[in-house]
Design a protein around this ligand. Structure first.
Ligand code: FES
Length: 111
Protein backbone atom coordinates (compact mmCIF):
# COMPACT_ATOMS: atom_id res chain seq x y z
CA UNK A 1 0.00 0.00 0.00
CA UNK A 2 1.37 3.37 -1.00
CA UNK A 3 1.32 6.22 1.46
CA UNK A 4 0.30 9.70 0.36
CA UNK A 5 3.38 11.84 -0.19
CA UNK A 6 4.38 13.99 2.78
CA UNK A 7 4.51 17.02 0.49
CA UNK A 8 2.39 17.41 -2.60
CA UNK A 9 5.17 19.38 -4.27
CA UNK A 10 8.76 19.84 -3.29
CA UNK A 11 10.68 22.61 -5.04
CA UNK A 12 14.46 22.86 -4.86
CA UNK A 13 16.36 26.02 -5.79
CA UNK A 14 20.02 25.76 -6.67
CA UNK A 15 21.74 28.47 -4.62
CA UNK A 16 25.23 27.39 -5.52
CA UNK A 17 27.84 30.13 -5.34
CA UNK A 18 31.14 29.61 -7.14
CA UNK A 19 34.08 31.68 -6.00
CA UNK A 20 36.37 30.68 -8.85
CA UNK A 21 34.82 33.00 -11.43
CA UNK A 22 32.74 30.29 -13.08
CA UNK A 23 29.09 31.00 -13.66
CA UNK A 24 26.58 29.76 -11.12
CA UNK A 25 22.92 30.17 -10.20
CA UNK A 26 23.74 32.45 -7.26
CA UNK A 27 25.12 35.01 -9.74
CA UNK A 28 21.71 35.25 -11.41
CA UNK A 29 19.34 36.05 -8.58
CA UNK A 30 18.75 32.53 -7.26
CA UNK A 31 18.64 33.61 -3.62
CA UNK A 32 16.04 36.27 -4.33
CA UNK A 33 13.92 33.82 -6.33
CA UNK A 34 14.14 31.27 -3.51
CA UNK A 35 13.08 33.79 -0.88
CA UNK A 36 10.26 35.11 -3.06
CA UNK A 37 9.01 31.58 -3.65
CA UNK A 38 8.99 30.86 0.07
CA UNK A 39 6.99 33.98 0.79
CA UNK A 40 4.52 33.34 -2.04
CA UNK A 41 3.96 29.71 -1.06
CA UNK A 42 3.28 30.86 2.49
CA UNK A 43 1.03 33.72 1.36
CA UNK A 44 -1.03 31.30 -0.74
CA UNK A 45 -1.46 28.98 2.23
CA UNK A 46 0.36 26.19 0.40
CA UNK A 47 3.24 25.63 2.83
CA UNK A 48 3.53 22.57 5.00
CA UNK A 49 2.56 18.92 5.23
CA UNK A 50 0.38 17.84 2.33
CA UNK A 51 1.30 21.05 0.54
CA UNK A 52 4.51 22.60 -0.71
CA UNK A 53 8.03 22.62 0.67
CA UNK A 54 10.58 25.11 -0.69
CA UNK A 55 14.20 24.03 -0.19
CA UNK A 56 17.71 25.23 -0.90
CA UNK A 57 19.97 23.00 -2.93
CA UNK A 58 23.56 23.00 -4.00
CA UNK A 59 24.56 22.62 -7.64
CA UNK A 60 22.06 20.44 -9.49
CA UNK A 61 24.55 19.96 -12.34
CA UNK A 62 22.39 21.54 -15.00
CA UNK A 63 24.02 24.95 -14.63
CA UNK A 64 23.56 25.96 -18.27
CA UNK A 65 19.80 26.17 -17.62
CA UNK A 66 20.17 28.27 -14.48
CA UNK A 67 19.08 29.80 -12.32
CA UNK A 68 17.43 26.47 -11.70
CA UNK A 69 14.56 25.13 -9.65
CA UNK A 70 13.32 21.53 -9.75
CA UNK A 71 9.80 20.48 -8.76
CA UNK A 72 9.12 16.98 -7.46
CA UNK A 73 7.57 14.46 -7.65
CA UNK A 74 7.04 15.53 -11.29
CA UNK A 75 10.76 16.02 -11.89
CA UNK A 76 10.14 19.24 -13.81
CA UNK A 77 13.05 21.66 -14.02
CA UNK A 78 12.57 25.38 -14.53
CA UNK A 79 14.76 28.33 -15.39
CA UNK A 80 13.66 30.98 -12.91
CA UNK A 81 14.84 34.42 -13.90
CA UNK A 82 12.73 36.75 -11.79
CA UNK A 83 9.79 37.16 -9.43
CA UNK A 84 7.28 36.94 -12.28
CA UNK A 85 8.61 33.47 -13.13
CA UNK A 86 8.31 32.46 -9.49
CA UNK A 87 4.75 33.78 -9.30
CA UNK A 88 3.77 31.80 -12.37
CA UNK A 89 5.28 28.58 -11.03
CA UNK A 90 3.53 29.05 -7.69
CA UNK A 91 0.15 29.83 -9.23
CA UNK A 92 0.22 27.37 -12.09
CA UNK A 93 2.28 24.39 -10.96
CA UNK A 94 2.39 24.44 -7.17
CA UNK A 95 -1.20 25.58 -6.70
CA UNK A 96 -2.98 24.08 -9.71
CA UNK A 97 -0.71 21.29 -10.93
CA UNK A 98 -0.18 22.82 -14.39
CA UNK A 99 3.39 22.80 -15.68
CA UNK A 100 4.68 26.19 -16.87
CA UNK A 101 5.94 25.03 -20.26
CA UNK A 102 7.63 28.30 -21.20
CA UNK A 103 10.05 27.96 -18.26
CA UNK A 104 10.88 24.26 -18.59
CA UNK A 105 14.57 23.52 -19.11
CA UNK A 106 15.04 21.50 -22.32
CA UNK A 107 16.13 17.90 -21.77
CA UNK A 108 19.40 18.53 -23.58
CA UNK A 109 20.59 21.18 -21.10
CA UNK A 110 23.22 19.98 -18.69
CA UNK A 111 26.20 21.48 -17.00
S1 FES B 1 25.27 26.15 -10.23
FE1 FES B 1 23.10 25.88 -10.22
S2 FES B 1 22.82 23.99 -11.26
FE2 FES B 1 24.96 24.20 -11.12
Amino acid sequence: MTQAPYYKHHIFFCLNQRDNGQDCCASHGAQEAFEHCKSQVKAEGLAGVGGVRVNKAGCLDRCAGGPLAGVYPQGVWYTVMDKDDVNEIVQSHLKNGQIVERLVVPASVGR
